[in-house]
Design a protein around this ligand. Sequence first.
Ligand SMILES: Cc1cc2nc3c(=O)[nH]c(=O)nc-3n(C[C@H](O)[C@H](O)[C@H](O)COP(=O)(O)O)c2cc1C
Length: 207
Amino acid sequence: MSRRTLAVVSAGLSQPSSTRLLADQLAAATRDELTRAGVEVELRLVDLREHAHDVVNNLLTGFPSPALRQALDAVAGADGVVAVTPIFNGSYNGLFKSFFDVLDSGALVDRPVLIAATAGTARHSLALEHALRPMFAYLRAVVVPTAVFAAPEDWSGGTAEGALRARIVRAGGELADQVRRRPTAAPPDPFALTTSFDDLLAGRDRP
Ligand SMILES: Cc1cc2nc3c(=O)[nH]c(=O)nc-3n(C[C@H](O)[C@H](O)[C@H](O)COP(=O)(O)O)c2cc1C
């Protein structure tokens, strides 16, 4: 039986968090699909709420705390990523953006990513297409076609029903398919050079 890891990133701030609930359901749908295909799955949950202070400190100092390093490595070393944010002011929230800002550049190249969001109104569902998808395209990730958006009316007693459930299953299937086709991701090498010294000195160390 082959084995794959999935990182599940939730930027929800509330407790309990509808964003976390959606992330868990997407992870379960992806895992179920991979399991059916004979792939063993390890889920790595990254609740950004727990790393909020460390993410800001990393932005200011350039260095992650040990706990944040573990979370960043969980994402960088995963075979697939489920990335879910609440919509704030018509876009991803600041914590979600800042976490991916401190993730090592190149960490998501060719990595399958499923994007999803929760919000207070269905009117902002296109934030997935005008904010999240372009950000992951910039990071050169492979974003699966189905993005999942959940407005309050999509939840029924804390469970996803009807159209939302169908989208979760479809998106999970697409992520599972991409993850299964690729070789297992190599664990991140903390000592690997991500740029040449020439580029570093010339300030060309960012893509
Ligand atoms: C500062 C702030 C800004 C928000 N902006 C929007 C918005 O622009 N559009 C929207 O539909 N919901 C907006 N919301 C509502 C949240 O997206 C919604 O409550 C979300 O599902 C909360 O996720 P959580 O339960 O994981 O914390 C906003 C909430 C906050 C706190």
